[in-house]
Design a protein around this ligand. Structure first.
Ligand code: LLP
Length: 433
């Protein structure tokens, strides 16, 4: 669900014309819809209402503090993966005791930082990490709440870079080892076993793998509950979204869902897992990222040049792979639409950025309405893993982020300046020519 649509031929985010946003803040820019984020959160929460639940939004998907603030107001908890993300949550008014801390490589400093702030749970991915957490907690005179991330060896049917629940992936502790590692944890004096966690991957468009993972872990969870008196089971994140809304052509299977037999809704997801998770009698944690914010954001861009070669037509726009890396990194397929609705016959083109790499594209061989310099486009479904994965590559300043709420627009992060690019750099005085 999203609140981007053409009104009188002009693409709007809620009650605001995106042309107005471009005129006020310039392009390229990220624009988010507050109403979409709220509605996605509420719809998922309603679908999961039969469970005692805590929805811990995965901060990595979009960590702007204004978005986190909005979700704090909705009653969300948070799934974090670094001290930086916890810092953001706290800045936005969130509580550490509603945050779970995931990740395979937590440093001793991060563990200490989170423990001192009263983190709800550290999700542990290996035995050496368990030992480190025990030692850090002991040195602080604290008891660390922990859960093991258990790898159920389930195929999530998604892109291999974002599949995490197979035994060949670096994540979690194998199901066969989990009971022994829990026993080891129980013997460590500065740990308190609080739950069991799993996460099988991202952009999953079929409820089957979630039900399979929950089913594979249910026995272990019941056993750990009986032995160690746990409080929660977390099934992680991963609910996929629709990437092809309006002018779909040629999206590969896992980015596509409106024509695809495997299109997941929160209701399908709930129907598949509630019967397995309800009987556990535990609090169930969910860690959705993409589902909450993915369809709630777009990248606004202006066409700079249209270049025609014997092989192709290229629309060269003012945003690039450093602003949205998903097409280059995961073959991510994003719908692209002009801000002014067009009924002209579609023509095939590549939409590319100015960065010096052939991987710098948003679309290849895509049928789009003809574009001319100065035309504005929106790259849809860029709210998750968009801005957060951007970089200053090619010394391009990071984009501004604008949050639209009803008829109002708020600048929630200013565009970086050229001075920002070199802030923090020092030229050594001793440097010789
Ligand atoms: N929980 C854990 C432990 C995770 O590792 C992740 C995502 C999530 C929750 C949230 O997953 P979601 O609900 O957003 O699918 N950059 C990639 C996606 C990477 C996902 C990493 N982990 C992309 O742009 O497709």
């Amino acid at each position: 669900m999203h609140l981007f649509s053409y009104i009188d031929g002009s693409l709007c985010c809620e009650g605001v014309r995106l042309e107005e946003v471009a005129a006020r803040f310039g392009t390229p820019a990220y624009v988010y819809s507050a109403g979409t984020i709220r509605e996605n959160f509420r719809r998922l929460d309603r679908a999961l209402a039969p469970l005692d639940r805590m929805i811990c939004y995965a901060v990595k998907a979009n960590s702007n503090t204004a978005i986190l603030d909005l979700l704090v107001r909705e009653g969300a908890g948070f799934d974090i993966v670094s001290a930086g993300e916890l810092f953001r949550v706290l800045k936005a008014g969130g509580r550490a005791d509603r945050c779970t801390f995931a990740g395979v490589g937590k440093t001793a400093e991060e563990i200490a930082w989170a423990l001192k702030r009263g983190i709800y749970c550290l999700n542990v991915e290996s035995e050496p990490e368990l030992e480190r957490i025990n030692a850090v907690a002991g040195s602080l005179g604290l008891v660390a709440p922990i859960a093991l991330r258990v790898n159920p060896d389930v195929d999530a049917h998604t892109h291999e870079f974002i599949s995490t629940g197979k035994s060949k992936n670096k994540f979690g502790i194998g199901l066969d080892r989990a009971a022994a590692v829990y026993a080891a944890a129980a013997a460590m004096p500065h740990l308190r076993i609080r739950g069991v966690q799993t996460h099988i991957g991202s952009q999953i468009l079929d409820a089957g793998p979630f039900a399979e993972a929950a089913g594979k872990l249910a026995g272990l969870v019941a056993d750990i509950h009986a032995r160690h008196g746990i409080e929660f089971f977390s099934i992680g994140g991963g609910i996929g979204i629709v990437y092809d809304h309006a002018l779909a052509s040629g999206a590969p299977a896992w980015w596509q869902s409106s024509d695809h037999p495997h299109r997941i809704t929160p209701e399908d997801y709930a129907a598949a897992i509630v019967p397995v998770l309800g009987p556990l009698g535990l609090k169930i944690l969910f860690e959705p990222g993409r589902f909450i914010v993915g369809n709630a954001g777009v990248v606004l861009s202006t066409v700079q040049y249209v270049k025609t070669t014997p092989a192709k037509t290229f629309a060269i726009v003012d945003s690039a792979m450093n602003d949205l890396i998903r097409p280059a990194l995961y073959e991510g397929w994003h719908e692209i639409v002009p801000l002014e609705e067009s009924r002209a016959p579609l023509v095939p083109m590549d939409v590319v950025g100015p960065v010096c790499e052939s991987g710098d594209f948003f679309a290849q061989d895509r049928d789009l309405p003809p574009l001319a310099p100065g035309d504005r486009i929106a790259v849809l479904s860029s709210g998750a893993y968009g801005f957060v994965m951007s970089s200053n590559y090619n010394s391009r300043p990071l984009l501004p982020e604008i949050l639209v709420d009803g008829k109002s627009m708020h600048l929630i992060r200013r565009r970086q300046s050229l001075e920002d690019l070199v802030a923090g750099e020092t030229i050594p005085r001793t440097q010789t020519s």
